[in-house]
Design a protein around this ligand. Structure first.
Ligand code: SF4
Length: 166
């Protein structure tokens, strides 16, 4: 049986986009185009930190910039449909790093169109939500079948569309 107890930031993102997409991704069925992949990143080994110059990299993908004595996480919100997914992806990084004992990390969502950014705060409420989300993600990942979901607006733009509906 497929067993994976790790949860990556990409998986948290996909959970909010589509649980079926999450299942495909977690099972190694990846049909994303290169540009999408660059945005989503590959976070398969988030527990491996490495230092390069003044940055900390998680799996060589998520860049945490040192700003004086603090760290910052930056993610871009590419569309309205990704708003929640991006928010929780950043929250997950903050939660993950807190669990690693990394303190004073700041998270920001960037809005490229309006050239602004918003800070994301990890509250206790978000932490509780994330614990439930992580549990649900593990259940989905370790299920032998993908969840049944109905076709939605974003499906036509999804690289798994043919797999799901054709
Ligand atoms: S096509 Fe729709 S249902 Fe299928 S994985 Fe993509 S978003 Fe999910």
């Amino acid at each position: 049986m497929f067993e994976d107890t790790r949860v990556t930031g990409t998986e948290v993102n996909y959970y909010f986009v589509c649980t079926k997409k999450l299942w495909f991704f977690a099972h190694g069925i990846q049909m994303e185009q290169t540009s999408d992949r660059v945005y989503m990143g590959k976070l398969m080994h988030e527990d491996s930190f490495s230092r390069e110059d003044k940055e900390i990299l998680i799996d060589g993908t998520i860049k945490l910039d040192f700003i004086k004595k603090s760290l910052e996480i930056h993610e871009s919100k590419l569309s309205n449909s990704m708003q929640e997914a991006t928010l929780y992806q950043i929250l997950y990084y903050l939660y993950y790093l807190k669990g690693k004992g990394v303190k004073d990390v700041k998270g920001y969502v960037h809005f490229p169109k309006s050239k602004r950014k918003e800070e994301v705060q990890l509250t206790e409420e978000y932490e509780q939500q994330l614990q439930e989300v992580i549990q649900r993600i593990l259940e989905i990942k370790n299920s032998s079948k993908p969840p049944v979901v109905e076709e939605k607006k974003i499906c036509k733009k999804c690289s798994y569309y043919n797999l799901c509906f054709c």
